[in-house]
Design a binder for this molecule. Sequence first.
Ligand code: G4P
Ligand code: NA
Ligand code: NA
Length: 194
Amino acid sequence: MNFLEERILSDGIVKEGNVLKVDSFLNHQMDIGLFDQMGAEFKRRFADTPVTKILTIEASGIGIACLAARHFQVPVIFAKKSKSINLEGDMYVAEVESFTHKCKNNVIVAQKFLNSQDHILIIDDFLANGCALQGLIQIVQMAGAAVSGIGIAVEKGFQPGGQIIRNLGFQLESLAIVESMDAETGVITFREQA
Ligand code: G4P
Ligand code: NA
Ligand code: NA
């Protein structure tokens, strides 16, 4: 078991509706030492991959992306979410659907921060259905930039996002892949990774 899986077992709480609460170290209070370790692990997994910028999405991806950026020594861009678009300058906009919140959101990045020379590492905290992630991928492609890879803290392996993204051919590295979790017993199992 790796350091993130161990932390999830000790401090994560399984809620009804297949929700894993990790707000004591990841989603609300943030353990920066842990984030730094995650950044080092992303750097190890993407060691041979060109990365010019890290792209994430507000809010919970930002902290993880910032610590990862220390290891890659590149800037972080976070995509903004908005229900309506107030077009100030030139923006890349992708429409994404949230299954959890049952609504559509726009994911927005200013065009000036992405260009066709960029190699983008996408970072996020959770991967569930992958809608937000697909929005970020679309935005990178709109800019004519390359997706170097995708780094996720916690993938919910029993939801379809991971398989969809891997089937598209992207290198997706999730530090913990939850295979199953049970709200009644609190038992969490992880997928074995090489
Ligand atoms: P998806 O299609 O993009 O995978 O997202 P989904 O609608 O399934 O999830 C909506 C939000 O809930 C996302 O955050 C996602 O990170 C988060 N989420 C999904 N499953 C879990 C879970 O088991 N535990 C926790 N803690 N979060 C989960 P968001 O609302 O888009 O962003 P943020 O502002 O929280 O970063
Ligand atoms: Na997120
Ligand atoms: Na979240």
